[in-house]
Design a protein around this ligand. Sequence first.
Ligand code: FMN
Length: 217
Amino acid sequence: MIDFPPNTLRDLRVSYDLDNLTEDKAPADPQVLFQAWLEDALSHKLPEPNAMTLGTIGLDGAPTARTVLLKGLDDQGFHFYTNYESRKGQEIASNPAASAVFLWTQRHHQVSIRGVIEKLPPAEAESYFASRPRGHQIGAWVSEQSQVIPGREWLETRQLEMEARFADKEIPCPPFWGGYALKPTQIEFWQGRVSRLHDRLRYTRVGGVWKIDRLSP
Ligand SMILES: Cc1cc2nc3c(=O)[nH]c(=O)nc-3n(C[C@H](O)[C@H](O)[C@H](O)COP(=O)(O)O)c2cc1C
């Protein structure tokens, strides 16, 4: 087994003692609690507090996970933007069931979401795309996301081509790029507690209302 230096991993652990999550702190709507935890992460200046690990189901039936950035939250769910032809785009097209995990480790908070993904309307992608820095807009046109490419040079050559193509022009949103919303059917809030006896409250959407269960840690 690889270890560095000996026993480092074995002895690496944190005591979770910042707070609790009791039923009286659980609002009827889980998005209200999510927003409170996200605001908590923002106010503590955690790095990339809107990063979430997105799990999708691969074309071969095996799971795939990667990080994306949360860019909005409403009745449709948790919004993110990407290349529709990427691996995740193809996987979502074939099976829209997905999960997402937010980890705010310094706050001893984890939120796990299960649900179904739908595309956002093109107008939302266009509006968000227009707000992105120009370099990121060029990057979206350059990247055939998730495809095998011959090397770094291929990217840099295409970057120069796209910069020339759009020189002195507004850069439009690529037709292959846009947003998705993960609409939750289940959201679990995990609050780290001492002795590994954590609080876990799971919201499940049943008949139009959210049912709350406490899970064993
Ligand atoms: C912090 C962080 C944020 C990221 N945000 C996004 C994002 O919002 N959209 C995106 O397409 N890729 C994002 N990525 C890159 C993805 O993790 C991933 O490499 C890429 O989307 C290709 O995934 P796929 O091949 O499974 O489709 C991010 C990566 C990191 C580390």
